[in-house]
Write a protein that binds this ligand. Structure first.
Ligand SMILES: CC(C)(COP(=O)(O)OP(=O)(O)OC[C@H]1O[C@@H](n2cnc3c(N)ncnc32)[C@H](O)[C@@H]1OP(=O)(O)O)[C@@H](O)C(=O)NCCC(=O)NCCS
Length: 199
C-alpha cells in the first residue's frame, strides 16, 4: 500500500498551496466552508462547528474506501495562511478514473483559484497515480462549476434528469469528462532549458 504522502501529497502552484487535508485543518476550513452560498447546488450544508469538521476530517484521513478499491483524496487550498477551499478526488484504481469535486469560499470566487487548484490536482492524478480519465458531475443550475470544467477542457457526455434531490428541489446533472491525454496536450509547453540544436 502506498503511503499517504505518495497518494495525497503537497502540491504547489504559482499562487496556491494544496495541503493534504488532515484533522488539524478543521479550524481554518470551518471558516472557509461556513457560507451557505457554497452549498446552493450541492447536497450538504456548512459544518456545525470546527469540532464536527475535525471529526469528519479525522475519518477521511484513511484516504481509502473500506474495501480498498478507491482512494479518497482531499486537499485544502491555501493562499498564504488563508484557506480558500478544498479540491477532492475519488480515484477508482481498477478503472484508472477519478471523480473530481471542489468547493471554494465565496470571497475567493472569480479569481481563477479553483481552475488553478483543480488543474494542479489533475496533473498529479495523471502523473502520480496514472489516472486516465477525469469525471465531474454537476447540477445543471451550477453555471460557475460548468464554466470551470469547460475552461479545463472537460466535455459534456451525459445529462441525468432527476439525478438527485436536495434542498426541496430535483437536481438534474451534467456529466463532464476529460481524458488525461487531452488534458496533458492542453498544458503549456514548458520552456526549453537548453538551446535547440542548430542546422
Ligand atoms: C464552482 C467554483 C469552485 C468556481 O470557483 P472560482 O474560483 O470562481 O472559479 P474560477 O475563478 O477558476 O473560474 C472558473 C470559470 O467559472 C466562471 N465563473 C466563476 N463564477 C461564476 C459565476 N458565478 N457565474 C458564471 N461564471 C462564473 C469564471 O469566469 C471562469 O470562467 P472563464 O474561464 O470563462 O472566465 C465556486 O463557484 C464554488 O465553490 N461554488 C460552490 C461549490 C460548488 O458548487 N462546487 C461544485 C460542485 S459540482
Amino acid at each position: 500500500m502506498p503511503a499517504v504522502t505518495e497518494v495525497n501529497p503537497l502540491l504547489t502552484t504559482p499562487r496556491l498551496r494544496l495541503e493534504p487535508q488532515v484533522a488539524a485543518h478543521a479550524p481554518v476550513m470551518a471558516a472557509a466552508l461556513a457560507d451557505p452560498r457554497s452549498y446552493l447546488y450541492i447536497p450538504g450544508k456548512p459544518p456545525a462547528d470546527a469540532e464536527a469538521l475535525r471529526r469528519r476530517f479525522a475519518h477521511q484521513e484513511s484516504r481509502r474506501s473500506p474495501d480498498g478499491s478507491d482512494l479518497w483524496l482531499n486537499w485544502v487550498v491555501l493562499s498564504g495562511q488563508t484557506a480558500l477551499g478544498t479540491v477532492q478526488a475519488t480515484v477508482h484504481l481498477a478503472q484508472r478514473t477519478a471523480d473530481v469535486a471542489y468547493v471554494f469560499a465565496p470571497g475567493a470566487w472569480g479569481q481563477g483559484y479553483a481552475s488553478e487548484a483543480v488543474r494542479a490536482m489533475l496533473s498529479f492524478l495523471h502523473s502520480g497515480l496514472e489516472v486516465e480519465e477525469f469525471v465531474a458531475h454537476l447540477d445543471t443550475r451550477n453555471v460557475a462549476s460548468r464554466r470551470l470544467v469547460q475552461r479545463l477542457g472537460f466535455v459534456q457526455t451525459d445529462l441525468i434528469l432527476g439525478a438527485d434531490h436536495f434542498k426541496g428541489n430535483v437536481s438534474d446533472e451534467y456529466v463532464y469528462k476529460l481524458s488525461a491525454a487531452a488534458f496533458s496536450a492542453s498544458l503549456p509547453t514548458p520552456p526549453l532549458d537548453f538551446p535547440p540544436a542548430g542546422p
